[in-house]
Design a protein around this ligand. Structure first.
Ligand SMILES: [Zn+2]
Length: 247
């Protein structure tokens, strides 16, 4: 809970199409440089929460959100029925009608799953991925990613000129932030910790944690062995071994 309060926005690209970090406008080098250069920049937790909520709104406007009556939305609603609230975090789920293999969670409880990912994974595999994304939020990785995205983007300048009022950021600034977050890269240890979280998450809700193994196997096949469609993600083979040790 304590960690949960500190978490803000977590977004992770779990996979695969070339759209994620590969073609994204962030790379490890620029992220690292940004972190050093702007280490002094701090974003209050309430500002970060406000940003997460507004970035979500913006992303929902710019992505195709499938209607509640669509096949994919009904499936997602059914498969997350047991965890509408995770450890004090009320979750809201929507499906993006994109063929990208992505999913992300934000500190305000937003979880978005892309249709492309749903088409490839079983219900339990999707639950594992969702548990992993929620792990990034609950373990505070998202707050860190949000601060980095904020510090390294034009947002900082805009907000500073407006007295730091993040509520006044424009739609395009929020869109840029959302894009950075979706392309955010977590460290290997953060990925490992979120996989551990996902295994516990599955057990807690009575689902099969071994879905974590099959999802990593799928990622390896899609990816020729390097699960990270994202360069900074640990190879899915390594993640699979870690998950197997926990089971
Ligand atoms: Zn992750």
């Amino acid at each position: 809970m304590k960690k949960g309060l500190m978490s803000l926005a977590a977004i992770v690209v779990l996979s695969g199409s070339v759209t994620g970090c590969i073609n994204g406008n962030l790379n490890t080098a620029s992220l690292g440089a940004g972190m050093d250069a702007f280490k002094a920049v701090t974003l209050s937790e309430s500002d970060a929460k406000a940003l997460a909520a507004r970035a979500t709104q913006q992303m929902d406007q710019t992505n195709k959100v499938l209607s509640a009556s669509s096949k994919h939305s009904k499936r997602l609603t059914r498969l997350v029925k047991k965890f509408r609230n995770e450890d004090g975090l009320a979750l809201n789920f929507k499906v993006y009608g994109s063929n990208e293999m992505n999913a992300f969670a934000m500190a305000n409880g937003t979880v978005r799953v892309y249709q492309g990912l749903m088409n490839k994974l079983t219900d339990d595999e999707l639950r594992f991925v969702i548990g992993h994304e929620i792990g990034h939020v609950k373990l505070g990785h998202s707050l860190k990613a949000m601060r980095t995205a904020y510090a390294t983007s034009a947002l900082r300048k805009g907000a500073a000129s407006q007295g730091g009022d993040v509520a006044r950021l424009s739609g395009s600034q929020l869109g840029a932030l959302g894009e950075k977050l979706v392309n955010a890269q977590f460290s290997q240890s953060q990925e490992t910790d979120s996989d551990t979280y996902a295994v516990k998450f599955m057990k807690k809700y009575g689902f099969n944690p071994r879905a974590g193994l099959s999802v990593m196997e799928k990622f390896q096949k899609m990816d020729g062995g390097k699960s990270s469609m994202l360069s900074s993600h640990p190879a899915s083979g390594a993640r699979e071994k870690h998950i197997a040790r926990l089971l």
